[in-house]
Design a protein around this ligand. Structure first.
Ligand SMILES: Cc1ncc(COP(=O)(O)O)c(C=O)c1O
Length: 360
């Protein structure tokens, strides 16, 4: 039998959240940074209506959606590519621009899929230290190697929830070698847009990409649709490795309806950030060390790995699943998605109880 390529045999599969609840207990998942509410009613209506056309292939160029995104963000529609989630675009980029004898660089506590994408492409994965959970531009610049091909930065970052100012990203871009591609992954961008900094104009440099997704603020993780703004040169190459017809008709229809229903998405962000800030205050008052976040999740840091494991186990016993972060180099931390209010309050109550019952 033919064996898998060496680099595939050596890699571990991407670790998704473990969702096995103790038997007889209802699962409360605050582990995947999904939205706290369902997709907008307009999305559900449009998608349902589109299903009867599903005997046909979808538009392989995502035309209507690109035009709507172009209008919304004031960006050129012909530089937009859509993927089966932004994961699809991340792995396409790694395959096209990295590989053996090239490397990918990311911050120390970066979203673990960047490493998986490097491994799938058989590229080396390098990391640069962070400053207390924030991306450090100087450390990234110092960590650049002659074979660095891509730098991935999520902003806001997952799992830390922190954000660096656009001026730092601009400094990173202008001090990186021009042949290195900078990918700014804004999966949580809508939650922090009120800060008023958008990065679309960074594409003027021709070696910068901005990615977004419908999975988070638009409440559409199950549809699997993400997108990005790409310089022409890069878009042309990435298209060659993308599966044709990668985004289903239902997902394209849903995304188009979601873009047209901005008030719903904005309200989701507002409900989420209000509950996030309340949760942050309550957990901090209860004695937890929580990083300030501009996303739909919080990173809770424990004194050591054993305590993080113990808190995780105590919550899991009640069917409440947060997410351990050893994959991001944070074995002493748990990430908590801000879920629907009742589930979030239940998790807070169990965390408070764990804190009271745990010797200092
Ligand atoms: C930083 C970051 N990028 C990308 C993704 C993947 O998003 P999608 O559902 O669009 O594939 C996630 C999902 O959690 C994420 O946290």
């Amino acid at each position: 039998m033919t064996n898998a390529l060496d680099h595939i045999q050596k890699m571990s599969p991407y670790a998704l959240a473990d969702m096995t609840a103790p038997s007889g207990i209802d699962l409360i998942s605050l582990s995947q940074n999904e939205s706290l509410r369902p997709p907008s009613p307009a999305v559900l209506k449009a998608t349902t209506e589109s299903l009867s056309n599903s005997s046909q292939y979808p538009d392989s160029d995502w035309t209507d959606l690109r035009i709507a995104l172009s209008g919304l963000h004031n960006i050129p529609s012909d530089q937009i590519l859509c993927g089966t989630g932004s994961l699809d675009l991340i792995s396409c980029l790694a395959r096209v621009f990295s590989g053996p004898e090239r490397s990918i660089l990311a911050p120390e506590h970066a979203y673990p899929f960047f490493k998986t994408a490097a491994q799938m492409a058989n590229a080396r994965f390098d990391t640069a230290p962070e400053n207390n959970g924030s991306v450090c531009v100087d450390a990234l610049l110092t960590a650049v190697k002659p074979d660095t091909s891509i730098v991935f930065v999520a902003n806001p970052a997952n799992p830390t929830g922190t954000r660096i100012p656009k001026s730092d990203l601009q400094r990173l871009r202008s001090n990186l070698r021009p042949d290195i591609i900078l990918v700014i992954d804004e999966a949580y961008g809508e939650f922090s847009d009120p800060l008023g900094e958008r990065c679309w104009d960074m594409l003027n440099s021709d070696n910068c990409i901005v990615l977004r997704t419908f999975s988070k603020a638009y409440s559409m993780a199950g549809f699997r649709i993400g997108w990005g703004l790409f310089p022409d040169r890069i878009a042309g190459e990435v298209r060659k490795v993308m599966n044709p017809n990668n985004v289903t008709l239902a997902a394209q229809t849903a995304a188009l309806a979601a873009v047209r229903d901005q008030p719903y998405m904005q309200q989701t962000c507002q409900i989420t950030t209000t509950l996030r800030d309340q949760t942050m205050r309550t957990l901090t008052e209860a004695g937890f060390d929580v990083l300030p976040s501009v996303t739909n999740f919080l990173l809770i840091q424990f004194a050591n790995t054993a305590k993080a494991k113990a808190a995780d186990a105590a919550l899991r016993a009640h069917g409440i699943f947060l997410r351990r972060q050893q994959g991001a180099g944070l074995p002493y931390a748990l990430r908590m998605t801000i879920g629907p209010e009742p589930e979030t309050q239940t998790a807070i109550a169990h965390l408070e109880r764990w804190m009271q019952e745990t010797p200092k």
